[in-house]
Design a protein around this ligand. Structure first.
Ligand code: FAD
Length: 380
């Protein structure tokens, strides 16, 4: 089976490739190729370049600074960014908060925040998980008590990615402790410079401070920062999480990492290593199958309606393939991968990335939860 792109879509892919070749700064490309995750400045620099043609928010309407791309074009853009490799548009701003504001926000919230999200003038992070509320998110306890024109927020978020770089956080808070779990939650936008907030980095196994704990102690948040209705925040959260399917399989990233593995095998003089090339061939076949499945599901609304749990297949399989690839790359890095401090070569960064890849089966819904969803959909 092939993916039948229209002639216009093939032209669009070429346009994206040429744009990336001409405009992506070489130092950003090189760092990502070595295995680094994009840093804050990489993401801001590149997002502002993409914003020139609306591609920093590819699926948003043009009136808000997007490019109003269809699903196929959005996937093509994503694949090409991964393959370059280039940073993706900042996920919390573009994929999560922007669409929530367009659906549930006030005109004032849209007018103030959306242009700043597109251009990364404000960096948002996601404050959903708490100690004791991850997979079972509705158990969250961070409380927001109404006091005049403000909410007073107390509690703690955890595993908050990029909070150390962020200006604001969008958070789920409990506004009615008496109501059924999901019914008493609200969706708040909180300026991280407000007094009473402490951001504490958590050092992870890869040696980075990518995730954080965020503490709230009597933090005053204007009621105008409530998104949607009070106690209806679960609707925003469900919309946000269900919306996020397009990048879930990370096909372009898998293709780029596979190509790097092949290159390292060749440069490392391993062309005669039959076992290695067999492993690479199996991964290649798996990635192709993932790509076809991804396009088939995402481009066919009837399949999405009939099989909503299929998104779990994409997350699960995409995660497994990425973890295998990162492990293979760490092995290819060999002894050099264990050098400390890291040398300029990619080895150590690939090992670091392998360690970080262990988190793929945790964030965005753990692999066990995806299997639960699939099992329930099969039994239904
Ligand atoms: C690197 C990283 C970045 C993250 N970034 C963010 C972020 O920016 N913002 C944010 O809000 N959160 C973030 N998270 C949190 C992430 O969403 C949670 O870690 C995830 O939802 C799992 O929740 P938990 O850690 O509380 O584990 P738990 O939910 O306590 O799960 C523990 C174990 O039990 C299993 N388990 C739980 N329930 C079931 C079940 N019903 N059936 C079978 N098995 C089950 C899980 O699969 C897991 O193996 C991040 C996490 C990581 C690792």
């Amino acid at each position: 089976m092939n993916i039948n792109f229209t002639p216009e879509q093939l032209v669009f892919r070429e346009e994206v490739r040429s744009f990336i070749a001409a405009r992506l700064p070489a130092d950003i490309r090189d760092r990502l190729r070595q295995g680094h995750l994009p840093n804050k400045s990489d993401t801001i620099t590149w997002q502002r370049i993409l914003a020139e043609c609306g591609w920093s928010a590819p699926h948003w309407p043009r009136e808000y600074g997007g490019a109003a791309l269809g699903q196929a074009e959005r996937l093509i853009l994503l694949d090409e960014l991964y393959r370059a490799p280039a940073p993706l548009p900042q996920i919390f701003n573009i994929n999560m908060l922007g669409p929530v504001l367009m659906k549930f926000g006030t005109p004032q919230q849209c007018a103030f925040f959306l242009p700043k999200l597109v251009n990364l003038d404000l960096w948002f992070c996601q404050g959903f998980s708490e100690p004791g509320a991850g997979s079972d998110l509705a158990s969250l306890r961070t409380a927001a008590r109404r006091d005049g024109d403000c909410y007073v927020v107390n509690g703690q978020k955890t595993w908050t990615s990029t909070a150390q770089w962020a200006d604001w956080i969008f958070a789920l808070v409990r506004t009615n402790p008496e109501a059924r779990k999901q019914a008493g939650i609200s969706f708040l936008l909180i300026d991280l410079n407000t007094p009473g907030i402490t951001v504490r980095p958590v050092r992870s196994i890869d040696g980075t401070d990518h995730v954080n704990e965020v503490f709230f102690e009597d933090v005053k948040v204007p009621i105008t920062n409530l998104v949607g209705q009070e106690n209806q925040g679960w609707e925003c959260a469900k919309f946000l999480l269900a919306n996020e399917r397009t990048g879930i399989a990370n096909v372009g990233l898998c293709q780029e990492r596979l190509e790097l593995a092949r290159e390292m095998a060749r440069v490392g003089g391993l062309t005669e290593d039959g076992g290695l090339w067999k492993e690479l061939a199996v991964l290649d076949a798996e990635i192709r199958a993932l790509e076809l499945t991804n396009y088939r599901f995402l481009l066919t609304p009837s399949q999405q309606a009939a099989l909503p749990a299929f998104a779990s297949v994409l997350k699960l399989k995409g995660t497994e393939i990425q973890q295998e690839l990162h492990l293979l790359l760490a092995k290819l890095a060999g002894d050099g991968g264990l050098e400390q401090p890291p040398s300029a070569e990619h080895g150590p960064h690939l090992v670091q990335r392998y360690f970080f890849s262990r988190a793929l089966s945790i964030y965005g819904g753990t692999s066990e939860i995806q299997k639960d969803i699939l099992a329930r959909s099969i039994l239904a």
